[in-house]
Every structure is written in C-alpha cells, then in structure tokens.
Design a protein around this ligand. Structure first.
Ligand SMILES: Cc1ncc(COP(=O)(O)O)c(C=O)c1O
Length: 477
C-alpha cells in the first residue's frame, strides 16, 4: 500500500470548499489520471487523517462521496480500494478494436459528443457477446416467426421485469418488439386504429410525436413540470397518453405516487390508455427506482421497454407489456403487417439474460455513468441549474431565456456537440441544453463540460469569451 503522503495532496483551510470535497476532488483527479490505479488500496481513514492533519470525519465524508459515485469499493475486512471498473482514459486503447461510437452524422474528428440518446457501447463483455451469438448460430433459422416473440425470451423477460421493475408479469403479458419505436407504432395501431388523438408529453420524445402522426393520429401536447406530466387539465378525449414517468424525457422528473394515482384515475374515467416509456429505468443513482406505473393498473397501462439504453440500439430488441388480450390484439395486427423481431437476435439476447450477462453489464455501466454524471454535476452545477440528474443518461442544464443557440454554436466551434432543449418541444420553446453522457468517455465529459461551463459563465456575464479562450478547445485538451 502506498502512502498518500507521497503524493501531492494539498488541502486548503482558507478555501470556501469544504475539506472533504477538496479531498474527494483530489482523489477523483488522481484516479482519472491513473496516479491511483484500479484495485489499489487506500490508506485507512485513521492513517490518512493523521497524515493530512485533518479529522477522520473529513476522510470518511470524502470516501462516502466517492463510494456513492462508484469510484471506490470496499472489501469486507480489508479496506477501501479504487474500484476496478474499466474507464477509458485518454490514450488508453482497448485490447481489441472497438466498434465506433454510435453514428453521429456530423461528428467532426476529435469532437466531444454531449448530445443525448446514445448509450456507451464500447465497454461490453466481448466473450459473453460472442458466446450468445455462437449459441444463436447453432440453431437453424425459423420459417414461421412468432409475432409474440420467442417463448424462451418472453419467459426470461418476465423474470427480468419482475426483478428490475417490480411488476407481476407472465410471458402472456409480453410481446418482443424491435425497440420503443416499434412498440409505439404497434400501440398506435392497436389503441388508436388509424386516427384518434394521442397525448404526448411537452416537452417530450420527438419520435413519439412522429410515429403517432405517421399513423394518422392528431398529436396533442400535454405539458409537464419538474415532476412529470401534469394531470390536471388533461383532455378527456385522448385515445392514449404517451408518458415517461420513471425519468421524464428530457426534463428528468420522476412522477410522484399521488400523481401516478391521479393519472390512472384520469385514464379510468376517460377510457384513455397510458403508454409508459420505461427507456432508461435501469440507471438511477440516488434512490431505488419506483416500480413501473404498469404495476398499479395493468388494465390501463402499456409498458414499453428497450435494450437500446441498457445494451445498444443496434441490437433492436424491446418489449411491450400489457394485458393478455391487448398483447394478443397487437400480435394479430403485427402478423397482418408482416412485422416481426429477428429470431436469431432474440436467441442471442435470451442467452445474455439467462447467463446473467446483461445484469453484469448493467451493474458495470451504472458505475461508469454515475462517474460521468458526478463530473457533470461538479462542473456545470456551479454555473447553472441541473435537472433530472438522478437517473438515466442525460441531464437538463437550465439556461436563462434563449442563450442556448449561441452556446450551441460556440461549443461546436470549440469541438463540443450539444443539443438545444427546444428540439424536444413541439412548440420550439427554449429551455437550455440536454446534456447526454452516453457517447463521451469520462475524460471527454470532463473536458466538454469545462468548455460548456466557460461558455455559460461567459453568456451570463455578457463577456467577451476570455474565459473560454483560456480553457481552450476540446481538441487541445
Ligand atoms: C425517450 C426515449 N425512449 C426510448 C428510446 C429508445 O428507443 P428505441 O428502443 O426505439 O431505440 C430513446 C432513445 O433515445 C428515448 O430517448
């Protein structure tokens, strides 16, 4: 074990930043730079307190913070260690060539992509992935695709949803889709029947608006606030309401229980169905996720899930959960359209679920995303209000009225790609930036956020950009 006293830790008692935060910040930098390596044991809190001449509380608070962010791990009876989760540090090449990050049309070489929508697809268990495909390849391709999906996968998904989303589901409640987009399309067909009125959260997921409109529905914007969709004032003539109660997209609210009850009461009294998009419920960092809304009233809710965030969008597998009658209706409509999910892909996904590979991947990614999120909070928190930072793969950085356009342009010039929040509003109302941390590595998130923080500070002070010039561009860092 190395003594931290050998390393240049310097804590300032004059600083307004608490000593524990200074120490946590220093440790984070050291782990990011590789000065403290994964698996390395840290000194005991007593020893470290003595070395740094601070109280033990300072040390334990710093350690607790880093535990919560996933940087440290404890091994029973043997101390505190730097967590051994792989991170992509600048200049660290993966052992085997990795696929490129999710396709980004205009991604300039070296640019940092802080737009939402894409998960990190570079750290997956290659051996597990190959094993799953070998197993799928052992089976002959089928000649009669099952519109419900593979019985084996439906069985495994029922177990997965019971464990992860606390809902009582049986295979008869599940139809395997190609992802949320496909699920939304099937819902539009089954619940609106070519026409009708579809409520969509405003701001909300643009794909839901597009899919419902493409199926001939009138899209009705339904306002949301910090907690999620506002129930009072919802129209009483909607065929369905699309909502993201676990982590509102893009504002990030988690629909509180009383509002969930009111939403279901509204659905019962108007006859509307609720389409619950549970796209990133696997990633929550502060408190355990609330059970899916579906569990409160399976007769009024259709739950849509996807592997797009938890594994990769390219896999093209998701699920639609509803009453057995609704699932049967969707399956019949689907057959009529010759719409199906690839059998070999379902076989491979079933193997990943069966062997616990997906659960392991989720655990690893939860830690990695928690670290990136902590960097965003630390870097952007001081210059703007962040919303929705307790879950998922994105946060909303609230900005004063309408400076986001200028910041997006300036950031692009400096090599950072950003997503203006107005893109998520049917009405184009600006609200800030939706910052995604799925596509950029931890080091890139840090560099990108420093640049964005500089731009926000500059916009707030109406300044001439001196701070941003000092920070430099993404490519230099
Ligand atoms: C709100 C929301 N729902 C669902 C998805 C995933 O959609 P799909 O499963 O069609 O890839 C995304 C992906 O970005 C999303 O942002």
């Amino acid at each position: 074990m190395r003594s931290l006293i050998d390393l240049p830790v310097s804590l300032s008692r004059q600083s307004a930043v608490p000593l524990s935060s200074q120490l946590a910040g220093w440790l984070r930098e050291a782990m990011l730079a590789g000065t403290l390596a994964p698996g390395e044991r840290l000194p005991s809190s007593r020893g470290l307190a003595a070395q740094l001449e601070v109280s033990r509380t300072v040390i334990t608070e710093a350690f607790q913070q880093l535990y919560a962010e996933g940087w440290l791990e404890g091994r029973h009876g043997s101390g505190t260690f730097v967590a051994s989760v792989e991170t992509h540090r600048p200049g660290t090449a993966p052992a085997t060539p990795s696929p490129a990050p999710a396709p980004v049309e205009d991604l300039a070489a070296g640019a940092i992509d802080l737009r939402p929508g894409h998960p990190w697809v570079r750290d997956y268990d290659r051996a597990a992935w190959k094993r799953a495909w070998r197993k799928a390849g052992d089976l002959p391709p089928g000649d009669h695709p099952d519109p419900y999906g593979l019985p084996r996968l439906r069985e495994l998904l029922a177990g997965h949803l019971r464990r992860t989303r606390s809902v009582a589901v049986e295979p008869a409640n599940i139809l395997v889709t190609r992802g949320t987009g496909n699920g939304l399309d099937l819902c539009a067909l089954a619940l609106l029947g070519g026409g009708g009125r579809a409520g969509v959260e405003e701001p909300g997921y643009h794909v839901a608006r597009t899919v419902f409109a493409a199926r001939g529905a009138e899209v009705v914007p339904c306002p949301v606030d910090e907690d999620g969709v506002i129930v009072d004032g919802l129209p009483d003539d909607l065929g369905l309401l699309y909502t993201t109660p676990a982590h509102q997209y893009p504002l990030g609210g988690r629909l509180p229980i009383p509002r969930r009850e009111r939403l279901l009461a509204w659905a019962r009294s108007t006859g509307a169905m609720i389409v619950e998009d549970d796209y990133d419920a696997e990633f929550r960092y502060d408190v355990a996720p609330l059970p899916a809304l579906y569990g409160l009233d399976p007769s009024r809710v259709v739950l849509l899930g996807t592997l797009s965030k938890s594994l990769a969008p390219d896999v093209g597998v998701g699920w639609l959960v509803g009453s057995p009658e609704l699932v049967a209706r969707v399956a019949a409509l689907r057959s009529g359209l010759s719409d199906r999910t690839s059998g070999p892909v379902q076989e491979a996904v079933a193997t990943l679920l069966e062997r616990g590979d997906l659960d392991r991947h989720l655990r690893r990614m939860r830690l990695e995303y928690a670290r990136r999120r902590a960097v965003i909070v630390e870097t952007l928190g001081p210059v703007c209000r962040l919303r929705g930072d307790t879950a998922g793969l994105h946060v909303l950085a609230e900005l004063p009225p309408d400076p986001s356009g200028g910041i997006v342009e300036r950031a692009r010039e400096l090599g950072v790609l950003l997503d203006p929040a107005e893109r998520h509003h049917g009405s184009g109302r600006p609200r800030g930036l939706v910052i995604g941390y799925g596509s950029a590595s931890l080091a890139e998130v840090r560099r990108g956020c420093r640049i964005v923080a500089g731009l926000i500070a500059e916009a707030q002070s109406g300044g001439a950009g001196s701070r941003v010039r000092r920070i430099g561009s993404a490519r230099e860092a």
